[in-house]
Write a protein that binds this ligand. Structure first.
Ligand code: PLP
Ligand code: SF4
Length: 325
């Protein structure tokens, strides 16, 4: 199979913290980073790294990806599966938690590995929707006529090739009760070259309504290429929403969250959710306490038009919806 330019870019990603630190003119110090990145591999695209500030160890983009010693600290409230994903596995590659919506774990791969990821320890090898399991997973959805929406998640569904996504969309479109597909992806942010004409054709060809939820956490994540890619997605008819995670040292200030909302709107994306951190083991150093989160959210409501204020939510295992804070 021919390797596409965006796939080459993926292959060219940073996979060693030392290399990224070198690139940013930062001293490559703590050996402890290796321990942390053995537990959850290190991976960052060059495109994303190019938006980090040289020489700044506190850069908000760097902080999202840099393994720290703190990850190795055990904390009893932080779990391997903080949101009850394993309980929600309904069929091969299918999570079913909320009425009317089924979520497909399309792949375990991502273009970057975010240190705060709640699926850091998800058993992808047993539970992702491989090509072989695709029909089994889709049969589950075809059998439940209450499912109106299929969510492509992972990992990141956009690391899959267009051919595979196309087939998946066609098979979903053939299920009469499914009206729309929602794609949760970080690639428009971390690998904008992924948004090719061939990909946007997949979106325009399908009868399904397409909603894309991108994951941006900071205004610095936007540059001209990111905005151009998002404009292409809108041209293809996709509704664009954003979800972020509230992260200590990344976006836990009113000003930063306001700038994020403004940057999103400028790129044609509306804020959807601002998630409290899911307490996955190794992520405690990112936690913003509930009280503080509520104050930040109130400050946003006082300063921004309603449509630029994301809903502050927390996911609770077993709850029938994401809990509004
Ligand atoms: C978050 C999530 C959804 C979507 O929830 P919305 O509130 O509709 O955004 C659906 N299924 C699963 C398993 C989820 O984790
Ligand atoms: S892109 Fe999403 S799934 Fe992948 S590591 Fe980051 S938070 Fe986790």
């Amino acid at each position: 199979m021919q390797t596409l330019p965006w796939q080459n870019e993926l292959l060219d990603s940073f996979t060693q913290p030392e290399d990224l630190l070198d690139y940013l003119a930062l001293p490559s110090d703590g050996l402890a980073r290796y321990e942390a990145s053995e537990r959850f591999p290190f991976r960052v695209t060059r495109s994303y790294a190019s938006r980090m500030e040289q020489g700044n160890i506190e850069d908000p983009l760097l902080r999202q990806v840099l393994p720290l010693t703190e990850e190795m600290t055990y904390h009893p409230d932080y779990l391997a599966d903080p949101v009850g994903d394993r309980e929600a596995i309904a069929a091969p590659g299918v999570l079913y938690k909320y009425r009317g919506r089924a979520l497909l774990i399309t792949t375990g791969s991502c273009a970057i590995n975010c240190r705060f990821c709640f699926r850091r320890e998800f058993p992808y090898h047993q539970s992702q929707l491989t090509k072989q399991r695709e029909n089994e997973g889709l049969a589950y959805i075809a059998n439940d006529s209450t499912i109106r929406e299929v969510i492509l998640s992972g990992g990141d569904p956009l690391v899959l090739r267009d051919e595979r996504l196309n087939v998946l969309l066609q098979k979903i479109a053939a299920i009469p009760h499914v009206a729309r597909v929602r794609i949760h992806t970080r690639l428009p942010i971390v690998l904008p070259s992924r948004i090719t004409a061939k990909f946007t054709q997949c979106l325009t060809r399908t009868q399904l309504q397409i909603v894309m939820v991108i994951h941006a956490n900071h205004a610095n994540e936007f540059d001209d290429k990111v905005r151009a890619g998002l404009a292409e997605l809108r041209r293809a008819g996709a509704t664009l929403l954003n979800q972020s995670v509230l992260l200590k040292g990344v976006n836990d200030r009113t000003q930063t969250l306001m700038e994020l909302s403004e940057a999103l709107l400028q790129a044609g994306v509306l804020p959807y959710y601002l998630h409290l951190l899911d307490k996955a083991s190794g992520t405690a150093h990112f936690d913003v306490p509930l009280q503080e989160a509520a104050l930040l959210h109130r400050a946003l409501r006082e300063r921004l038009p309603g449509y630029l204020v994301p809903r502050l939510v927390r996911e609770q295992a077993g709850a029938p919806y994401k809990i509004m804070v």
